[in-house]
Design a protein around this ligand. Sequence first.
Ligand code: NAD
Length: 300
Amino acid sequence: MSLRFDGKVAIVTGAGGGLGKTYALELAKRGCKVVVNDLGGDRHGTSSSSSMADKVVQEIKSAGGQAVANYDSVEFGDKIVKTAIDNFGRIDIVINNAGILRDVSFLKMTELDWDLIFKVHVKGAYAVTKAAWPYMRDQKYGRIVVTSSNAGVHGNFGQANYAAAKSALIGLSNSLAQEGAKYNILANTLVPTAGSRLTETVMPQNLVDALKPDYVTPLVTYMVHDSFEESGKVFEAGAGWYGTIQYYKSKGKVISHASADDIAKNWSTITNMNGAEYIGTITEQSARLVSILEEHEASS
Ligand code: NAD
């Protein structure tokens, strides 16, 4: 095992089961000290118990690793980070993984369905990362992962709340990547697909069994390692496939003083993705727009 984490401390939220459990076990196996956070509730975000996190901590310890349990909801990120500092003296890695589902069609969605999803996924990732950030900044080292979803990238029927929250996490991670760059804090987004208690309600059992969380674990492990250099990117894993998702913009068309009719007339050119360009940052996009404005000025 050449990718080691000796001396490093990680928080894995929602590590009592599913994907998070595999991350905690793998990091601990590679020498990382791990805070195993899990509220221990059901998949809809109600109830709580300490047993899920405790079991994972026991498994890590009996394999000779170091771990401590934390049972706070991720919205109390400061308490989770305090567990890392009190027990291990530092925090290097945050894997924001905790999650719930409240799937329902938009028509029937209640404000509670919306708020709970945002509380766990978005507020949770914010709160844990926010509490870890000053430590990472001071030590000039941090590895942050947020967990999005193909629902966040593409949208999904019955998941308007979840898709919106998962999409928000991409924006969070991409922004933290820019703010963290000068402090060697890297932030990236993971898009996983795996059989778990979250997906067993929407996938047939044979798919749940086949899509092992362990297919996702190696990617996350590399994403939080010392040697990883990417930041502000989205990476995907599932079924043994690993890849990246990036934003490309069409070449489009510059039309001075366009009317709606001009837009309609040129629609196929505007939306033609042949020769589309990768745009990595808002700075690159702003530079593009400034040069177009300059062209307008020069031609008028
Ligand atoms: P899971 O239900 O097995 O794991 C989620 C864990 O988070 C549970 O152990 C749960 O107790 C814990 N949790 C829930 N609310 C919490 C809170 N407020 N504070 C602390 N812990 C809390 O599901 P999973 O499939 O392993 O999901 C892990 C993450 O991956 C989630 O963010 C999920 O949205 C995301 N995801 C999963 C898939 C997939 O195919 N499984 C696809 C896309 C995204």
